[in-house]
Design a protein around this ligand. Structure first.
Ligand SMILES: [Zn+2]
Length: 1001
């Protein structure tokens, strides 16, 4: 037989596009349309409904960027439509390719009850099925004219990303506002033909199934009268019934479809718009659940649930009803789908505390799975946190975005730094926006790496990023794919049901040890420096606020600010969302974040100050107390205590031979040359030089930085090919502070002022940059005389190692990586650390010197970038960073100095020494939180972990009478009973083990 595939496939496409799809709505009448444009920000629903609208015609332009327009549509169902299905078609001017990235609407009845959201893939509102004829229709649309930021030519700089710069030019043209007859037989024929046409193209040409479908499609098309599609659709479907009813092969891949809408809590829209996006999507999904008995929808991010509850009570009522029926399910158990590289230990833990607690409080539901489909890589500290939160499974598909290496498993155990293993699934469909296309289903089955031992995978199904969710078309396709020859099978299931099956069929999955590094989006560790500083600063302030408020509550009966801390934590957690903390949102989001962090800092400073004053005794005593919030004693003040100040040892500053200055405090001798570069950092105790011979540390380097795509997200490896060393100084002179050297440089349109000084074994470097570059990357380099295979950088509740070499493509791909407070490298017996107060990105490279065959290991911290998308002004302006080089540092020194630089001492007038609430007798065991229990019982919660990567014995002693103690999970629920001897508990910790204790007073 002749091969006529191309002919039939082309025929199918044209007849579907030009005849069958248009026949879904065979008759229509226009609606009357009027509009009221809200003058500023969105208004309450009642105000939008009661505003007096003015007429507007289809074809008219509407919608200033970020505006809100309330449309009123009215009409009467024609009497002759009696007995037929009728829908309102409301097209605000949609581009069908951009659901969630353009204008959107939420439709209300006149009484204010929400009906459904409107987006390019969901433009219909049911009027009646069937109608009686003569019904009056009146609907209101709260339409958001969100501008298109990510256009067909992507990543072009735009001023549309902030209401303050976006202008007033209307963005959309009203397209269609009709009442229309909905012909369900034609709609079903469309779905039949789409499913079969898409499946057919994925099947092997050599197989009979492909040809059986082709011939059936041909017969169906023959049966369609192109002049009377509506009259012949049912007959055409009969020709397809046979090929649609043959069952799947027994070995077919099994897909658990989970209805989903990945909604970015902020990204190319501000936070306030996400509140509305969530309302639109949840309205659609509760409506779809009512229509489709098999469908199941899962929503993550407790914050988004809380927004619905707070802002849209009428939608919330529908959501809670669907939750009670078990079909609208909370998933994930985190406050938001956060970044997991940068959040600090406690913040990462609190994502789970606040997320899980919300679902427990609202619904009594605790789920086991962590849902992070879109997060940009996963720190190796996370498995232990997941377990400590009472969860045990993880889902993400983001690692499929890696540019270099293909991850070897789709279902596996992920092992973290402490040895905790978490059952993890990467959906092989490689998207969190599955739309049930044949190509997606076939890709999932083909791509699945664990074939032969496992058969199940998950497909998050529905429009996401900007919301939208699952459509009735996706549900209809899934129904046909339930058990269909040639296809993977598709069943609607909850994430929990999927994981139960996946675990049961795969008792010994492979193991992946260490971080799940995303080989893409590496610049998210640096972009939008002020957002990152705001996060780090807020995390430190929250630690201080909880510590001193708890201490003041126990010691002085000072009221503990439960609600205030709860609210601030949630604000900080929200801003760790995977497009806010990573710096990949529009200007509006980051401008607001900066203000929010400032308000958070002010409020927390108030909490800390009030608690410390309550503890400090008589302010008129003339005395002064130094409060030490760090987990290690400092200047004679106990960790978590306060005592009188001790004078620091003085630094000798003298001119250096050949120019520049020498700083010497008896522990460290640092030579700064006439260019302001550090030529030597000599550890006087170890008699050991830190800086590689012939090299200079504190070297600022600038690179061109124009990635191939995703400007704020990506730095491409070729950035390193071109570099300029900033060695010319405008000024190198003694600074205002005694024992400090000031260095001033100008370059491009920017200026840097640095201050270098000594503090104990630390060379402190504060850097102020007035940054006005474009598409540049600024690094601060430390070429060190260290020979090491690997180095450590701090992660949550410990640190992770990475190679200093690039033997394999896996190591080479990690050319920019994440640190928290420190990076540390060592030879046996001697190491060096670099600590920071707010930077996360770094790179480490190594070379071998010709002069002495020694190894130079160069550590560079990433200070600033200047991408132009999505925020065209990213990082412009003044920034302040603090770093410190710590020669001779052990890993323990790195941990300690990392805390010190982030938790400066606070001085308060008073005379009452403050004893710590808890003390630990082993420096390797580090306290990350001291607080009162969230349940208001007054119990003291202490969280700590082993920080050196070894085994540790420690005695914890409470500084107050303790009547009982329990070990708890992160949600402060008891899991074990430690032995209490008086006020002391003896402990043995595994490497990096995290422990939470509840101490009853
Ligand atoms: Zn996302």
């Amino acid at each position: 037989m002749h091969d006529d595939r191309n002919l039939v496939e082309a025929r199918l496409k044209r007849v579907l596009d030009e005849r069958i799809r248009p026949a879904v709505y065979p008759e229509s009448v226009p609606l009357e349309v009027a509009v009221w444009h809200a003058p500023g920000e969105p208004v309450p629903v009642a105000e939008g409904l009661s505003a007096v609208p003015e007429p507007i015609a289809v074809g008219d332009r509407w919608g200033a960027p970020w505006g809100t327009s309330w449309f009123t549509v009215t009409g009467t169902v024609p009497a002759e439509w009696a007995g037929r299905s009728v829908e309102a078609i409301l097209d605000l001017g949609f581009d069908e390719n951009m659901p969630g990235f353009q204008c959107e609407g939420l439709v209300y009845r006149p009484d204010g009850t929400p009906v459904k959201g409107l987006n390019p893939r969901n433009q219909w509102i049911r009027v009646g099925a069937p109608v009686e004829g003569g019904e009056e229709v009146r609907l209101h649309i709260e339409a958001a004219s969100n501008p298109v930021i990510l256009d067909y030519h992507p990543f072009l700089p735009t001023t549309l990303g902030d209401k303050e710069t976006a202008g007033t030019e209307p963005q959309y043209r009203l397209a269609r506002m009709d009442l229309a007859v909905f012909d369900e037989a034609v709609w079903q024929l469309v779905i039949d033909l789409e499913v079969l046409g898409e499946l057919m193209r994925e099947l092997p040409v050599e197989g009979a199934r492909r040809w059986e479908i082709l011939r059936a499609v041909e017969r169906a098309l023959d049966a369609v009268d192109l002049q009377d599609v509506n009259g012949t659709a049912a007959a055409a479907r009969e020709h397809l019934a046979g090929v649609l009813s043959t069952p799947a092969e027994p070995s077919a891949h099994r897909i658990s479809a989970v209805g989903h809408a990945h909604i970015d809590s902020a990204w190319l829209w501000p936070l306030r718009e996400t509140v509305r996006k969530v309302a639109r999507t949840t309205s659609n999904m509760t409506a779809l659940l009512e229509d489709e008995p098999d469908f199941v929808f899962a929503m993550s991010q407790a914050q988004q649930w809380a927004w619905v509850k707070e802002h849209r009570p009428e939608v919330w009522a529908r959501v809670t009803k669907a939750v009670a029926a078990g079909r609208f399910v909370p998933t994930g158990g985190m406050w938001v789908e956060s970044d997991t590289n940068m959040p600090g230990s406690e913040a990462m833990a609190r994502q789970f505390v606040h997320g899980k607690r919300f679902f427990l409080d609202e619904f009594g539901i605790e789920n086991d799975e962590v849902w992070l489909p879109d997060t940009f890589g996963f720190a190796a500290g996370l498995p232990q946190i997941i377990k400590a939160a009472g969860s045990k499974r993880l889902l993400t598909q983001k690692i499929s975005w890696s540019q270099t290496n293909k991850f070897p498993h789709h279902t596996f155990l992920w092992e973290g730094i402490d040895g905790t293993r978490i059952f993890t699934h990467f959906p092989p469909v490689d998207t969190y926006n599955c739309s049930m296309k044949g190509s997606e289903i076939a890709h999932a089955a083909r791509n699945f790496k664990d074939k032969g031992v496992a058969r199940h995978s998950l497909a998050p199904t529905g429009w996401g990023d900007g919301g939208g969710g699952t459509t009735r078309e996706m549900v209809a396709k899934a129904a046909r794919l339930r058990d269909l020859e040639g296809s993977a099978t598709v069943t609607w299931e909850t994430p929990a049901d999927f994981f139960a099956k996946a675990e049961a069929e795969y008792p010994n999955p492979p193991v992946w040890v260490g971080e799940l590094y995303l080989e893409l989006h590496r610049a998210t560790l640096t972009s939008q420096a002020k957002t990152k500083q705001g996060n780090r600063r807020s995390e430190s302030l929250l630690r201080e606020a909880e510590l001193w408020a708890a201490t003041a509550a126990v010691r002085a009966g000072h009221p503990y600010p439960y609600e205030q801390l709860d609210r601030i934590w949630k604000t900080v957690l929200l801003h760790q969302f995977h497009d806010i903390l990573p710096g990949s949102s529009i200007a509006w989001v980051h401008r607001e974040a900066e203000r929010t962090y400032a308000a958070v800092a002010e409020e927390l400073d108030g909490v800390i100050d009030a608690a410390q004053r309550a503890l400090a005794g008589d302010p008129a005593s003339g005395g002064q107390l130094v409060f030490n919030s760090a987990p290690h004693a400092r200047h004679g003040v106990a960790a978590g205590g306060a005592a009188g100040p001790v004078a620091d040892s003085a630094t000798d500053l003298r001119p250096r031979q050949g120019g520049g200055y020498v700083l010497d405090n008896g522990l460290l001798r640092v030579e700064i040359d006439e260019h302001g570069l550090v030529r030597s950092a000599y550890d006087l105790a170890a008699e050991r030089e830190s800086v590689a011979p012939g090299k200079a540390a504190n070297l600022l380097q600038i690179h061109p930085d124009f990635p191939n795509m995703w400007d704020a997200w990506d730095v491409d490896e070729f950035y390193r090919n071109t570099v300029t060393d900033l060695v010319d100084a405008d000024e190198v002179a003694p600074g205002d502070e005694p024992g400090s050297v000031r260095v001033v440089r100008s370059f491009g349109r920017s200026k840097v002022v640095q201050s270098l000084s000594l503090s104990g074994r630390r060379l402190d470097i504060s850097t102020e940059v007035d940054w006005h570059e474009t598409e540049k990357f600024l690094k601060l380099a430390f070429p060190l005389d260290v020979h090491a295979e690997r180095y450590a950088s701090e992660s949550q509740y410990g640190h992770a190692h990475r190679a200093t070499h690039t033997n394999t493509s896996w190591e080479a791909a990690k050319f920019e990586a994440c640190n928290h407070r420190f990076v540390h490298m060592e030879e046996p017996g001697w190491g060096v650390a670099l600590v920071n107060d707010s930077t996360y990105g770094h790179d480490v490279t190594r070379t071998v010197r010709a002069s002495d065959s020694g190894t130079t290991t160069t550590l560079r911290v990433s200070l600033l970038r200047a991408p132009r998308f999505p925020d065209p002004e990213t990082d412009q302006g003044v920034h302040r960073f603090r770093h410190a080089l710590v020669p001779g540092a052990t890993i323990g020194d790195a941990v300690r100095e990392g805390y010190f630089i982030n938790l400066p001492e606070r001085r308060v007038p008073g005379d009452a020494e403050v004893a710590p609430l808890v003390t630990l007798d082993n420096d390797a065991v580090v306290v990350t939180a001291v607080k009162l229990a969230d349940d208001g019982s007054g119990d003291v919660i202490v969280r700590f972990h082993e920080a050196h990567g070894g085994r540790a014995k420690a005695k914890l002693t409470a500084g107050f009478p303790v009547t009982g103690a329990s070990a708890t999970d992160l949600l402060e629920r008891p899991i074990a009973q430690p032995r209490l001897e008086g006020d002391t508990i003896s402990l043995t910790l595994r490497p990096f083990e995290l422990v939470t204790l509840r101490l009853t007073r």
